[in-house]
Design a protein around this ligand. Structure first.
Ligand SMILES: Nc1nc2c(ncn2[C@@H]2O[C@H](COP(=O)(O)OP(=O)(O)O)[C@@H](O)[C@H]2O)c(=O)[nH]1
Ligand SMILES: Nc1ncnc2c1ncn2[C@@H]1O[C@H](COP(=O)(O)OP(=O)(O)O)[C@@H](O)[C@H]1O
Length: 202
């Protein structure tokens, strides 16, 4: 029997650098897969449907919710974001780890359903640096940036729901820290013991 993969949940305030750090982690890594989320927010220039997100209408999204096809979902700054369930389950069953990049409300739903997931929170060095990164990215209006910053404060308060907090001071360092966490999680006694359960019982 193939051993089920690990579910890694990666969160952090908007603009902290989740996308950037994730890209670094995935640069030379093929032991885990990224779960592409579904969203109703408008596609940004350069984003590809099916790669960055599945861009869908509110009707289509609500239809998926009704059918129970989302592992989790949340409304964030006026749009839906969610994780389609089928891909995650299939990939974990194949023995591969799955990496979710989602906001805090969704992460809390996953924690209920998958308590042995690995929950990692990416933090900015400070809030002023976070604001500068949002401005520097140049994808959001001043108004949207203000609401993302307000949201960031709420999210940072919920950091204690996570297993690990990684500071994104430098992309390369942050990516290395996350990779080390994932590697170490594979060696947790609770997980390794599972493999021996049958042998011990005999
Ligand atoms: N709950 C949940 N949140 C998601 C999902 N996909 C993305 N998000 C989060 O939604 C928030 C907004 O994402 P986005 O509009 O791409 O903005 P950005 O993260 O600032 O680039 C971020 O915190 C994402 O991590 C998902 O499938 N579920
Ligand atoms: N460690 C870092 N130092 C400086 N700038 C960073 C760092 N990590 C990410 N950034 C920049 O911050 C902005 C937001 O990053 P992004 O990955 O889009 O964040 P998120 O996915 O969390 O919203 C981008 O312009 C990115 O280049």
């Amino acid at each position: 029997m193939t051993e089920r993969g690990l579910l890694i949940v990666f969160s952090g305030p908007s603009g902290v650098g989740k996308g950037t750090v994730r890209a670094k982690i995935f640069e030379n890594e093929n032991n885990f897969d990224y779960s592409v989320s579904m969203t109703t927010r408008p596609q940004r220039p350069g984003e590809v449907d099916g790669k960055d997100y599945y861009f869908r209408s509110r009707e289509e999204f609500e239809d998926m919710i009704r059918k129970g096809e989302m592992l989790e979902y949340a409304e964030y700054v006026g749009n839906y974001y969610g994780t389609p369930l089928t891909y995650v389950n299939q990939t974990l069953d194949e023995g591969k780890d799955v990496f979710l990049e989602i906001e805090v409300q969704g992460a809390l739903q996953v924690k209920e359903k998958v308590p042995d997931g690995v929950f990692v929170f990416l933090t900015p060095p400070d809030l002023e640096e976070l604001r500068e990164r949002l401005v520097g990215r140049g994808t959001d209006s001043e108004e949207v940036i203000a609401s993302r910053l307000a949201k960031a404060r709420e999210e940072i308060r919920l950091m204690n729901e996570y297993d690990y907090a990684v500071v994104n001071d430098e992309v390369e360092l942050a990516a290395e820290r996350v990779k080390k966490i994932i590697e170490a999680e594979h060696f947790r006694v609770e997980r390794v013991m599972g493999r021996y359960a049958q042998m011990i019982e005999e």
